[in-house]
Design a protein around this ligand. Sequence first.
Ligand SMILES: [Zn+2]
Length: 377
Amino acid sequence: MKATRTSGLVMLALAGILCFAAARDFRAMWARDRVFPAPGFRMEMLSKYLPSIKGTGVDTEVYVQEGPEKGGTVFVLGGTHPNEPAGYLSAVVMLENARVKRGRLIVVPFGNASGFTHNQPQEASPSRISFKLPDGSERSFRYGSRDVSPLIMWPVPDVYVHKASGQALSGNESRNLNRAYPGDPAGTPAERLAYAIMELLRRERVDLAFDLHEASPEYPVVDAIVAHEKSMEVAAGAAMDLKLSGIEMRLEPSPKKLRGLSHREWGDGTGAMPFLIEVANPSQGRLRGRTDERLVKTGLDKAYLKASGLGRLFVPYDSKGKPIEERVGRQLATVMSVVSAFSDFNSERGVVIEGVPAYEEMVSLGIGAFLKRQALN
Ligand SMILES: [Zn+2]
């Protein structure tokens, strides 16, 4: 009897320790990666545009910097898909380095915030990736899932019906922010998040809106700008400029009938010109081998070398791989070229942003050179 009571107490104590550890991990899982905005940015929350998401897992930080001279407004969304690191790292690099001289820059680095709290099931992806800074310290970032967390959005329906159009997609897409636009203020967490972003674009009178992504090299829309018809002229000007500086970016028209995507709905439902930027990343693809931090950072994979030799990829690919510096440099160069092409055509709404690293700088110095040092403690 005594032995039973003692072992019962021991079991209870062990269960208590386990609960404590689990609660600590659970809280850490929801903690956002820290960012260190450049001087001049102020922070607000996205729930300013839809109060019902305040305090929920989809609310996220919005950073705004206004230049001394009046002009237009540029919006940069990273982290729509938290398993596409060049997307959110480009937004973080802009946030930590930009100096706005004219107009306004709004950056949302972690668009699908709850997607950073979990991994995509069965993909065996790393949970973090880290970068060395010039002083020898490190910064690490989460590698998440493309979907809104199942903890706040579950179960998923068998068929996802896009409310505004009636378009039917696989049930999994109901948790994909980039199928949820224009959203619904009283809808699912993904639909509310999408609606809040649309509201931001409308209320802040955004001129240029960027959604930053990565995709597999065997997918035809990579190293590409996907442009709404009203963004096409500016996107074409930017693609030409990029080509002159040796950066090839395809131009893809946003399909009119594929609904729910940022490049379609932002353009149809707000005054902004949308641009979705897609860069090629082998750690996204189906041909890849082991998905570890090395693959995510170097983009170097044997199977992709073979596929490239067989002519099966849509981008040039060799033993240099697709390093993250190249992918982030390409994203940033594209954003900056679009901003300058737009400002050439629109003298009143022009925007001038300095301090964002050029493609060559990013490729030669690496991301760490453009990240702020993590404060001690
Ligand atoms: Zn994506």
